[in-house]
Each structure stands twice: as structure tokens, then as C-alpha cells.
Design a protein around this ligand. Structure first.
Ligand code: PMP
Length: 386
């Protein structure tokens, strides 16, 4: 990663000269470092050893539409959805991807009519995940093109709507907004896990995307999965991944299987985590704690406003709970027009609302960073006054 990449954490490189308390806090991206402590405490429960002779073939399971899908990983995906109750897996084909990012592209490829004169329009309701426009258009595909904000989409003909629920960046539960007959829906449920939002019912869509990046926090493993109802769509998605990367790392799938298994075990078997609580209870408590401190800091500051959420019954915890999203969709109040720039002045790096199809008064801030960065963020935010 080059030093100009947005993925470089500027804390370590560019800020050595700054006094403690003045360093740059980079909360621009959603790196899920908050979960590292849990996995450290789990010790060898999620360690795998892969001998040199193992996983050499391109192929995993020739009986599956997705022939590079490791059966052990597929089993753990089904088990976890059953344990959590966040998605119907019956009657679905599983397609594994190098992150859900690759699966999103595979879905666009699979849903685009091959013989159309014009590329199919791809839309999503604002504020939408900032990567969607660029991911859709960077290869200037003749099959599909970004057509912007779903709310104002009024073109005739087929379209693909990306539905992110709970939404990145604002955390709200989302449904499709276009609602016309020729639409294909892709449900991106990266954050539909109990630590972020009440699990109201199992998702039962035609094409749903999940990822370990935000569920267990293993973004570096680069594993996502799609639950696909239509066999032909699953076949085309598999074809896309074959053309793109000839499959998905088996090492990563085996590691993901081990991690998902450990998560399910913590939900079902006492004593399978160090503190005896499930991974989701552990991560829920952290998110709840962080949001409590965030709301208090915003109140002390008097400079910003936050989204509000309604509590709902979570069938996983069997309690009425408030959402605690992975990102804060923060609005600068008063005469601050450019919130990203304003916070940059306080050495807090965030992502501007402009990138999510909304104005510069909003920014997105990660809630998943390390304790150290989060505490600094809260301290600094509290001290900003109008
Ligand atoms: N969809 C959404 C809504 C996301 O927030 C992210 C990660 N930021 C992704 C997809 C991509 O996740 P990954 O490729 O790591 O699975």
C-alpha cells in the first residue's frame, strides 16, 4: 500500500513529531480492530495449521455450483445463520468471494442482461456506501453503470438496486425504495449482526451478501459469502469469480470456517469463550458502551448532532434493544458547512458526506477502531465547543 493510499494509518507515519494528544486520529475507514482483544483471549481456539501438501488443488467441491467453495466453510455459514437467525439458508446456493466486495461485482455481472443495448442502471438510496459508485464504474463496463441516488431514479426499464441494511453510513434499517417490476435487488447485509442492530427476522431475499469483515472483524481474511436463490444467478456469479480469480483462497476459507465455528460455539456452548459470554454479547456490550460515550460527548460539545434509532425486539438476544451501528453519521450544526474539513482541523480524519451522495455537513466516523483511538476521539469531540 503506497503512503498516499487512504488505507495507510497516518497515526504511525506522519505524526511522530506531534505531542501526545495531538496525533491524528484516523477514523476514515471501518477497520474492525475493536474485536482483536476478543480473538487474542480466544487463544488457540481459532488457530489452524495447514500442512504444505494440503489445499493444493484449484477445486473444492465439484458437486456444488460454486466448485471452489470449501464444504467446511459452507457448513459453518449455514450453522451461524441458524444460530443467529439473521438469514434463511434453506433453498439458497452459497457463493464464496474474496470479501463481499468481489461478490458485489459478481452480482452486478450476474444480474446484468447480456444482450441489452445499454448498460443496466445501478442505484442505491443516499446516503449510500461510498464505494458503490466507484466499484460499479471503475472498469467502464458495458453491462452496468452507476445511475446514482435511488430516491430520484425515474428511468424506465431494468435496474439493479443495492440495499444496505443496516445502512453504511447511517445505521438505519433499509428496504428497497424504487419498487418497480423490472428491478433486481442486491441486499448487502454486512452489518446485519446482533452487535449492531436488533435481529428482527431472518433475511429472506433473492441475493444477500455477508462478510466476515464486520461480523467477526476478520477483514484481512478477505472472505464474504452470498446466499443466492436463483441457480442461474449463482452459476453466473461463480463464473465471474472463475474469470476474475479462479476461485477463492482455500486457506482463508478454512480459517474462516474455524472462526465462524468458534463464534457459533460461543453462542451455544458454555465455557467456549474466556468470559463465558457469546462473541455477540461481548461485541454488543462494547458497541453499547461506545455509543453511550459518544452520545454524552456530542451533548457536552453542543456542535454536532447524531441519528436517533428506535428500539426493537432482537430475536437473538430476546430483548428489546437499540441499534449501535458500526459508523456514526455525524452532522455539524450551526455555520460549519464542511464537517470533514472542520474535524480535520482537530486532527480527526473522517469521510465526507459528499462521498455518500449527501452534502458536506455530514461525515461518517468509524466506531470499530482501537480503544485508544476511540477514547482519544471522544475526548477531543467533547472539547469542541461552538
Ligand atoms: N458492503 C458494505 C456496506 C461495507 O461497509 C463493506 C466494507 N466497508 C463492504 C461491503 C466490503 O466488505 P468486504 O469486501 O471486506 O467483505
Amino acid at each position: 500500500v503506497s503512503s498516499s493510499s487512504p488505507l495507510v494509518n497516518s497515526n504511525s507515519t506522519q505524526t511522530a513529531h506531534l505531542k501526545v494528544g495531538e496525533r491524528i486520529i484516523n477514523l476514515d475507514h471501518g477497520d474492525p480492530l475493536v474485536y482483536e482483544k476478543f480473538w487474542r483471549q480466544m487463544g488457540d481456539k481459532t488457530t489452524i495449521v495447514i500442512p504444505g501438501w494440503q489445499s493444493m488443488s484449484y477445486f473444492s467441491d465439484l458437486s456444488s455450483i460454486c466448485w471452489f467453495l470449501e464444504p467446511e466453510f459452507a457448513r459453518e455459514v449455514v450453522r451461524l445463520h441458524n444460530v443467529v437467525g439473521n438469514a434463511v439458508t434453506e433453498g439458497r446456493h452459497i457463493v464464496v468471494g474474496t470479501g463481499s466486495s468481489q461478490l458485489l461485482l459478481a452480482a452486478l455481472y450476474a444480474l446484468s442482461p447480456l444482450d441489452a443495448a445499454e448498460p443496466i442502471n445501478v442505484v442505491s438510496a443516499a446516503p449510500y456506501y461510498s464505494s458503490y459508485p466507484a466499484m460499479t464504474d471503475y472498469q467502464k463496463s458495458g453491462l452496468y453503470k452507476w445511475a446514482g441516488e435511488a430516491g430520484s431514479f425515474d428511468k424506465e426499464g431494468p435496474y439493479i438496486e443495492l440495499v444496505t441494511s443496516p445502512n453504511n453510513p447511517d445505521g438505519h434499517v433499509r428496504h428497497s425504495v424504487v419498487n418497480r417490476s423490472q428491478g433486481f435487488l442486491v441486499h448487502d447485509l454486512a452489518y446485519y449482526w446482533p452487535q449492531y442492530t436488533p435481529i428482527s427476522s431472518p433475511a429472506n431475499n433473492d441475493l444477500t451478501l455477508f462478510t466476515v469483515s464486520k461480523s467477526t472483524g476478520h477483514a484481512g481474511m478477505r472472505i464474504g459469502w452470498a446466499l443466492v436463490k436463483d441457480k442461474e444467478v449463482a452459476k453466473k456469479m461463480t463464473k465471474f469469480i472463475e474469470l476474475n480469480t479462479i476461485g477463492v483462497s482455500k486457506d482463508s476459507q478454512l480459517r474462516a470456517a474455524k472462526v465462524l465455528k468458534a463464534v457459533s460455539n460461543t453462542c451455544e456452548q458454555e465455557g467456549s469463550s474466556p468470559e463465558g459470554e457469546s462473541f455477540f454479547r461481548y461485541s454488543y456490550n462494547i458497541m453499547e458502551h461506545r455509543w453511550k460515550h459518544l452520545r454524552a460527548a456530542v451533548e457536552r460539545s453542543g456542535t454536532f448532532s447524531l441519528p436517533t434509532f428506535s428500539p426493537a425486539l432482537c430475536n437473538f438476544f430476546n430483548e428489546v434493544l437499540e441499534p449501535h451501528p458500526a459508523f456514526v453519521w455525524l452532522k455539524c450544526e450551526g455555520d460549519i458547512e464542511d464537517c470533514e474539513r472542520f474535524l480535520r482541523g482537530h486532527k480527526i480524519l473522517t469521510r465526507s458526506g459528499i462521498q455518500f451522495g449527501v452534502g458536506p455537513k455530514y461525515v461518517r466516523v468509524s466506531m470499530l477502531d482501537t480503544d485508544e483511538n476511540f477514547i482519544q476521539f471522544i475526548d477531543r469531540l467533547s472539547a469542541i465547543h461552538p
